[in-house]
Design a protein around this ligand. Structure first.
Ligand code: FAD
Length: 358
């Protein structure tokens, strides 16, 4: 087993891990970002082209690294992102962007911050020193490795390492249910003028017909079809598979294959039944289903040097308030919480870093 060291080990290269690693790297710390997959982005990479929504709750930017990333994309020629109102109900403004350029820019920002990115590495075991994670064991194609780090930040989305380190967790929501997982895809070469000519944002009449004729899965009563970043592309995030344990790799694999079948079926339906899709084709099918809300970590509070503070009145109940050094207060309707540790694992829940605060 090889030995490595770092000041900061970030586990998981989703939006949370990206933010944590860049922020730490900019403080001249020696940072390793360990990512199980082949690119950074996490759910953003699993759902290519998915608009960024919660970066702009109530249409108010709260800054942070996701904002910085968006600004870089706005500044490119031709521009690679833009902000627009959502066409769906109950959604605020969202940012649409070129997926590949956005991921490339995330890699650039990591590199500029001096972060050592280690792709294809799966952390699997924390080695505790007292109540602190002193080392983490991980595997890559060369075999097992051990990394000693002063600070370990778990951004695995599912709290894999935090759970093994003994952080109290709950699976799913207050009733124990996990949100359905979704598989997204794009339709290219659609005709926006025709597709979005109607006044039903969810295409419900078409969907009802498809379901009645058993050409669409019954869960597809509402079709989430949104204009993509590039002209005549349409982002489709409708295919949902329910009752999947997102922490079980085999369950996720089965759900992904089921999602693929339903996505192909839906693309076929769009082409044949919805005006504007006749010449379109499917692209950017997610490599895996997007998983939300698996483990919830219980915590009392965490304070960051950067001034971000999380407070909660009582763990695992109600809404939390989040205050930041940007002087704004936001209500966050999630119960994912970091746990109270001074200097070891800073647990990051799924939703926090979409706010771009790290
Ligand atoms: C379709 C969809 C739409 C969504 N829309 C919104 C939205 O609009 N607003 C919002 O706030 N949230 C939204 N979410 C929730 C979204 O999942 C989170 O906000 C966000 O992705 C969390 O980012 P993260 O970095 O914490 O986790 P993830 O994006 O899940 O990233 C975790 C990363 O860790 C890696 N990893 C996991 N385990 C290990 C390990 N043991 N070792 C090494 N690497 C590991 C994974 O490969 C992955 O890259 C949506 C989710 C889905 C699926």
């Amino acid at each position: 087993m090889s030995e490595m060291t770092a000041d900061v080990l970030v586990i998981g290269g989703g939006t949370a891990g990206f933010g944590a690693a860049v922020a730490a790297g900019r403080q001249d710390l020696d940072v390793v970002l360990l990512e199980a997959g082949s690119k950074v982005g996490g759910v953003m990479a699993f759902c290519p082209g998915m608009p960024w929504g919660a970066a702009y709750p109530d249409d108010t930017s709260i800054g942070g690294l996701m904002e910085e990333l968006a600004l870089r994309l706005y500044d490119m020629t031709p521009l690679m992102a833009e902000k627009r109102p959502s066409t769906l109900e109950n959604f605020g403004a969202e940012i649409i962007y070129d997926h590949d350029v956005a991921i490339t820019t995330m890699f650039d920002m990591l590199q500029e911050a001096g972060v050592r990115v280690h792709l294809g590495g799966i952390a699997h075991e924390p080695i505790m020193i007292g109540n602190t994670i002193g080392k983490v064991q991980f595997h890559d194609r060369h075999g097992p490795h051990e990394i000693t780090a002063k600070i370990v930040i778990d951004c695995s989305g599912d709290g894999d390492i935090s759970a093994k380190a003994g952080v109290p967790i709950e699976l799913g929501d207050a009733k124990g249910s996990m949100m359905g997982v979704t598989l997204s895809f794009m339709m290219e070469n659609a005709d926006w003028d025709q597709v979005f000519a109607g006044d039903d944002p969810y295409f419900t009449q078409y969907a009802a017909k498809g379901i009645a004729q058993r050409r669409l899965h019954e869960d597809l009563a509402k079709l989430y079809l949104m204009k993509g970043f590039h002209k005549d592309t349409v982002f489709c995030n409708s295919v949902v598979i329910r009752n999947v344990d997102g922490t079980d790799p085999q369950a996720v694999s089965r759900a992904t294959q089921e999602g693929r079948r339903r996505a192909v079926q839906m693309a076929t339906f769009l082409r044949s039944d919805i005006p504007g899709f006749a010449k379109a084709h499917m692209t950017h099918l997610g490599p895996t289903v997007g998983v939300r809300e698996t483990r919830k970590l219980q915590v009392e509070k965490i304070t960051q040097k950067t001034g971000v503070r999380f407070t909660s009145t009582s763990p695992l109940k109600g809404k939390r308030k989040l205050s930041s050094n940007f002087g704004k207060k936001l209500k966050v309707s999630t119960m994912n919480l970091p746990y109270n540790s001074e200097d070891c694992t800073e647990a990051r829940g799924r939703y926090w870093l979409r706010t771009g605060l790290c």
